[in-house]
Design a binder for this molecule. Structure first.
Ligand code: 3PY
Ligand code: MG
Length: 256
């Protein structure tokens, strides 16, 4: 399989691909976030309340906005990855990737033979079989496999992980990363920033997407991540947006 080189610059300038995140399956949330103009949104089936059964509605909700649906699958598991793609996800964000072998498992699950072991079926992704051939061809080039890099071990193995054919990018989970370095929650500690920079540089060298979840976005942390070389950014998430909006309304009422 040929690895897809990812365009990370436009006219010599870094291109930011702004994405966001849904921790619960209600498609209304996805619709409201997509309307703001994000290029992609991930439904989180690893944490939060989203379940496999929410994936199809999530993908339907994004379609009118031209927003690409990703699923962060529950585990680096063949059937979880297959099911997310069959239900219409156009990319998977795969946790529990610590080395090249883990990355290879994720890639194989996401691609049809001969490159991988994805099972054939009539499903939502191929228009219930009507677009079987077209989807087969499209899936080879367009389905994205993004691997979570959120442990010390993954950072140490980053070049080998990105060297796996079919890995389209790395995506940092800053909270797990900080936990792995023994400083849970200190996502802006120098050692974490250094690890992020190492990953961003490795992605640039491998010409693959450098991604990161900025769970609590601010002008400063977005600019910092872009400055480090990250372009595939998930900004906030539905639960955070809702909580912040609600707290702000209470503040405005002067009752709190
Ligand atoms: C983390 O911070 O560990 C994440 O997985 C964010 O999505
Ligand atoms: Mg995580």
């Amino acid at each position: 399989m040929n690895s897809k080189n990812v365009e990370i610059t436009v006219a010599g300038r870094k291109k930011l691909s702004p994405g966001s995140w849904c921790q619960s399956g209600n498609p209304v949330n996805a619709e409201i976030i997509a309307r703001a103009g994000f290029e992609w949104i991930a439904l989180d089936c690893e944490h939060g309340e989203a379940e496999c059964g929410d994936i199809a509605d999530f993908c339907r909700a994004l379609k009118p906005f031209g927003c690409t649906p990703y699923v962060r699958v529950k585990a680096n598991d063949t059937l979880e990855i297959r099911r997310a793609l069959d239900l219409g996800a156009e990319g998977v964000i795969v946790p529990l990737v610590n080395n090249a072998q883990d990355a290879g498992r994720a890639v194989r699950a996401a691609h049809y033979p001969p490159a991988g072991i994805r099972g054939f079926a009539f499903h939502r992704g191929n228009g219930w079989g009507v677009d079987f051939d077209a989807y087969l061809e499209r899936s080879r080039h367009e389905i994205k496999v993004i691997v979570m890099v959120e442990s010390k071990e993954a950072v140490e193995n980053i070049d080998a992980i990105l060297g796996v054919d079919g890995v389209d990018g790395a995506f940092i989970g800053p909270y797990d990363m900080s936990g792995s370095y023994g400083i849970p929650g200190r996502t802006d500690a120098p050692v974490i920033r250094e690890a992020c920079l190492k990953v961003a540089r490795a992605c640039r060298k491998a010409r693959k997407l450098a991604g990161q979840h900025i769970v609590l976005p601010t002008d400063e942390n977005i600019a910092f991540a872009v400055g480090q070389g990250f372009s595939f950014l998930a900004l906030g998430m539905n639960t955070v947006f809702l909580g912040q909006g609600a707290a702000r309304a209470m503040e405005m009422s002067k009752c709190r």
